[in-house]
Design a protein around this ligand. Sequence first.
Ligand code: PLP
Length: 475
Amino acid sequence: TDDTVVIAASLASLRTPKVETFDTRALQQLDSAHFLHPFTDHAALRDKGARVIVRGQGVYLWDSDGHQIIDGMSGLWCVNAGYGRTSISEAVYRQMETLPFYNSFFNTTNVPAVRLAAELVALAPPQFSHVFFTGSGSEANDTVVRMVRRYWDILGQPERQVIISRRNAYHGSTMAGASLGGMPGMHAQGGLPIPGIRHIGQPNYLEAGQGMSENAFGLVAAGWLEEEILAVGPDKVAAFIGEPVQGAGGVVIPPATYWPEVQRICDKYDILLIADEVICGFGRLGTWFGCELMGFKPDLISFAKGVTSGYVPLGGVLIGKRVAHALLEKGGDFNHGFTYSGHPVACAAALENLRILVDERLVEKVALDTGPHLKAAFNELATHPLVGHAESCGMVAGLNLVRVKGASMHECVPFERALQVGMLCRGHMFELGVIMRAVGDRMIVAPPLVMTRAEIDEMAARIWDCLDLTLEDVR
Ligand code: PLP
């Protein structure tokens, strides 16, 4: 029909870059002359030049040379609602016109921040009653460190200072965030971790679960927490923090037994349990928060990214009633805050983003439709000769590149590290227009929650072609 033709034409035009030209080389030269990028080797950047991203729509990006790219990483695990949401830009515009900024210190507040706090508490598990707003996930985790130590102080146990986290975890780049994180490369720079942070092993079945069932391994990995608590002394431990599914560490999906056992151990020693939901929150795993899927009840949740789908920076900490009661009823001033805590424009963007997630039922869609479809696509990719195994959880997935496939994941023969096969593969992804991240030889995706079944198939087809090219490189 005429309508179908018109719709198809407008869809096609939406997906084609606007005719706008950029001098890519000039931009790259200016970039490498003046822009110090996060986590970037600038010598390599100078040689190759940065890719300049100029536009986004839905799950697609375009670079300054007009290449169309499927964004398998949602920007940086954040663009849950997809690119090009004019209703978010309009909400931001309206708020900027009305009140671009006011602070929330000194007994003042603003309308979007009040509404967002209430909305977040309504979406969160029932034990939550309050929200503290920050500008990022790193600031959220810094806030967590200050908050749990303050909590124990108020309760007359100031010696409870130690926070236990996991090796290879990523919790941000501020001093406390990077300290909570367990990335050796980060600790090696800048004298980290700060005092009072300890790290235990991560529940990585591939690395540490050989000879055990997954569920048996989950109990063993949770047991490392109890060992550490006893080594430190239970009366000195304030909290345990972890991501429900570890993201930047390589999409480490724990066995089903892990989190319930962690919860049991925290309860046994009366230790606060914190979920870093900066990646898992807002639908990534097919539930509003990852802790709901993994079966545990945290006292605090740190969040960021998906709360605004990355349209403007915003983060925060959801505070459970146990901690809120102490802070609010017994604590007096909590001497902590950021200029942008409860920023009205960021909160307006978040409110509209949450409306989209709710009205379009994106979280349910991940659970029942696109998440299972992504799993099927990755199971198919696991049949590629270069792939040892693949796994997924909601809209995150990972696959391991191996020299020789084995009957089980523990029987695969990995590549020598020096070959950097993951980076080779990532290079091909770049060329073929799909963004996937390499963590060693593990390739991971976390696409926007709006990605359709057809777009998942298109992404998987491009990944398959990249795997073919990588296989030719290593033959
Ligand atoms: N926590 C987790 C689990 C993250 O993945 C990140 C960022 O990737 C952070 C915290 C830090 O958030 P931000 O980069 O907004 O400071």
